[in-house]
Design a protein around this ligand. Structure first.
Ligand code: SF4
Ligand code: SF4
Length: 224
């Protein structure tokens, strides 16, 4: 899931000071779980705006904010007049959700209320860890399923650096050395020989910007 945190509210109010009426859009998926764009946060934002003398024409928590077509259908079907009545739209999801709305309402200013931080795993309620950096060329098959690209601050691919110390990372004692974790994991699953395999330099071109993928086109070209 995409991990978001609330942007500084003072800065947000400064950004939107020229507008008087707002429509608020959240997302029922990641930003709801992060506590940045679900029903309670939309209510909180509505109260904040109203306390500043602004008007909120409506609020809506999209099922999946980054799903452009679905969000368009939901909004146009149920909230057309509320959106039309607003001078500005605030999007309380991730940057992808914000840009879905930019695409749908070309004539309206759209502002994000959150910062998008990383792709995360929720390990307990509202506690998130980064496990994958979306490199586009996965090496988990060689590392016992632990990602050194993400878990090692240096992204080392062939064993630990000289700074590893009693299982901790030299960058911070709060971080377990990724390569000690990988070693322990490989030992546990009887795959320690994998430690001896040298990984080639990473193919970073597999992570070009902007990425896109047409699954249907890819599937039909693979059939040919
Ligand atoms: S190797 Fe790349 S794709 Fe695989 S988990 Fe790590 S960052 Fe993600
Ligand atoms: S101590 Fe381990 S996790 Fe930290 S930078 Fe070195 S290899 Fe990476």
């Amino acid at each position: 899931m995409i991990i978001t945190q609330k942007r500084d509210r003072k800065q947000l109010l400064e950004n939107i000071r020229d507008y008087n009426s707002f429509f608020l859009i959240g997302c029922s998926e990641c930003s709801t779980l992060c506590g940045t764009g679900g029903e309670p946060e939309l209510k909180e934002m509505k109260e904040l705006l109203e306390s500043e003398g602004k008007k909120v024409t409506g609020t809506f928590v999209a099922k999946t904010g980054c799903q452009v077509l679905g969000t368009k259908v939901e909004l146009k079907k149920n909230f057309k007049s509320e959106v039309d009545d607003a001078e500005c739209i605030l999007v309380m999801s991730c940057g992808a959700g914000t840009q879905s709305v930019v695409e749908l309402f070309k004539d309206k200013p759209v502002y994000p209320t959150n910062d998008s931080l990383f792709l995360g795993n929720m390990t307990r309620m509202q506690f998130f860890d980064e496990r994958c950096s979306l490199c586009g060329d996965c090496i988990l098959d060689r590392t016992g399923g632990i990602c050194p690209v993400t878990a090692c601050p240096k992204g080392l691919l062939n064993g630990p650096c000289g700074g590893t110390n009693e299982g901790k990372c030299e960058v911070s004692a709060d971080i377990e050395c990724a390569w000690v974790r990988i070693y322990n994991r490989l030992k546990q699953i009887d795959r320690l020989d994998d430690m001896k395999k040298i990984s080639d330099p990473k193919n970073w071109s597999a992570h070009k910007k902007p990425m896109n993928l047409n699954v249907r086109e890819k599937a039909s070209s693979e059939k040919k």
